[in-house]
Design a protein. Structure first.
Length: 146
């Protein structure tokens, strides 16, 4: 068994954090592609669509792979609760874009993407803790218990 298998295969916080970072990186690539393609329609629309699509993908990958919770957390709950957490990221990234546009009106799309991804990294760390402890870490009542 390789170090990579040990790092990605376990259910401890280090393995989950590694998988979380890989999923986050993948969803950031999707975000950046959506932002570049849609930036012609305005940075706020590009940001919102990029956040929504990348968050939906990330929530599902976190449910299935990062936290291995597909058997105990339904798809809708993961999207709803994970999406609510991502709303903080959308607000923070939108504020970042507004500040960039205000202070640097001629800033490149690359600067905007870079700053939004930096803000997303900070929010992502907080999101990991919330997803691990709240969304995917708590027991859920079964339908038979109701």
């Amino acid at each position: 068994m390789s170090i990579l298998d040990l790092r990605l295969g376990g259910d401890g916080w280090a393995a989950q954090l590694t998988r979380f970072a890989l999923v986050g990186g993948s969803s950031n690539v999707l975000y950046a592609l959506a932002f570049v393609v849609l930036d012609a329609y305005g940075p706020f629309l590009a940001n919102a669509i990029g956040v929504v699509t990348s968050t939906a993908l990330a929530n599902e990958l976190h449910r299935r792979r990062t936290f291995r919770a597909a058997d105990r957390v339904p798809w809708f709950a993961a999207q709803w609760e994970g999406g609510a957490l991502a709303l903080l990221g959308l607000i923070a990234s939108s504020c970042t874009l507004a500040l960039v546009r205000f202070f640097f009106p001629d800033a490149s799309g690359l600067l905007s993407i870079s700053l939004v991804i930096a803000v997303s990294a900070v929010v992502g760390g907080l999101r990991f803790l919330a997803l691990r402890g709240w969304v995917f870490g708590r027991p859920r009542p079964s339908l038979q218990e109701s």
